[in-house]
Ligand binder design. Sequence first.
Ligand SMILES: Cc1cc2nc3c(=O)[nH]c(=O)nc-3n(C[C@H](O)[C@H](O)[C@H](O)COP(=O)(O)OP(=O)(O)OC[C@H]3O[C@@H](n4cnc5c(N)ncnc54)[C@H](O)[C@@H]3O)c2cc1C
Length: 399
Amino acid sequence: MDLSPSRRLEEVLGKARGLVEELEPLERVVLGGSFSAAADELEAARARAREIGLWLPQMPREVGGLGLSVLEHGHVSEILGRSPLGHYVCNCQAPDAGNMEILHEFGTAEQKERFLAPLLAGEVRSCFSMTEPDRAGSNPVWLETRAVSEGDDYVLDGRKWFTSGADGAAFAIVMAVTDPAAERHRRATQILVPTDTPGFELVRNVPVLGHSGDGWASHGEVLYRGCRVPRAHRLGEEGSGFAIAQARLGPGRIHHCMRWIGVAERSFDLMCRRSLERELAPGEPLADRQTIRDWIAESRAEIDAARLLVLDTAARIDRDGAKASRERISMIKYHVAGVMLSVVDRAVQVHGAYGLTDATVLSWFYTQERGARIYDGPDEVHKGVVAKLALRRYGPRSD
Ligand SMILES: Cc1cc2nc3c(=O)[nH]c(=O)nc-3n(C[C@H](O)[C@H](O)[C@H](O)COP(=O)(O)OP(=O)(O)OC[C@H]3O[C@@H](n4cnc5c(N)ncnc54)[C@H](O)[C@@H]3O)c2cc1C
């Protein structure tokens, strides 16, 4: 399979590289702790992304996107991932990108007009509200939040957390149980809830490794208390919540994994530069030490191998669909997260105490990317899938 970018894509990638470099001064404001403080500059950067043709790389042309394949968007995602702001500036950031995809695929004409159009235009943000503090998020078919049918409405009650970007979002897509007696994969439904609906309460931005964050860069705890929305806000048919959640995860994992390759590449650059600049004694750079060279060599091989694995998975999704590629999708999820985190860790180590300060992007990567081994399914769940499918090839099993 040819995984290299086409000439047309090379042009897009060149522009993405330029944009990401321009974002570096802005990163300092966000790394300083406030996403909202950079709101005006971020809007200007978004205008620039639009102007140079990098807006919505993940969406089809008919809705204003670049119409890239999963493989092509993978390449773009790596470049954008070099900056914590790259995806946001091009309007392909989680969780909005996934919400756009499912609204585009499953939304009614009215839902598209009211919810999708402003999201595509970058006028509003959204969030995805599935995980609950009192239920294991690793088991997505076991939820407590209820949506009870009352006349033409649903009334939602429940508590969610890690609803990323809830702070300042215009609406949430909420996963709630509509039929507790149904087969477990048919119990829940996704429902669009505007955040100004009475009964929607953002309790707090959950502090994560010392940062509560704000705006898009936060993880909200949300209470739904008698929260009433019209039945017309249901996404897809009743009971299809789990199936729709699965639909958003295939290409979404490619976006994340390639973003992590970008994180690893940026960390690798910083590690190499620092090891050449920092001297242990006059004329004795860190780069002369074998341990440092070992980290550089291992990181180089691990990043390149991980990239090939993800691009190959992206090409398989384009060719065979996400369902047929699920073993590989699970494989890249834990493998690439692990590679990224070990490269970031080595880069921090090479920088010594300086690596823990907010003077470089490494501290952001070190704290904010640890979640990669947990969200969208923890490592152990994905390893379970890969091992199960591998074992099936060696004989019949019950699972
Ligand atoms: C940064 C970040 C952003 C997030 N954003 C969102 C969001 O926008 N919307 C949203 O709804 N959720 C979000 N989440 C929540 C995320 O989806 C859940 O954290 C995830 O599904 C795991 O659920 P849990 O935290 O309840 O862990 P649990 O299900 O309680 O699992 C705890 C641990 O148990 C182990 N484990 C679990 N299952 C198995 C198994 N089958 N075999 C062996 N071990 C196992 C794993 O080590 C796992 O880490 C986010 C999480 C993070 C960290």
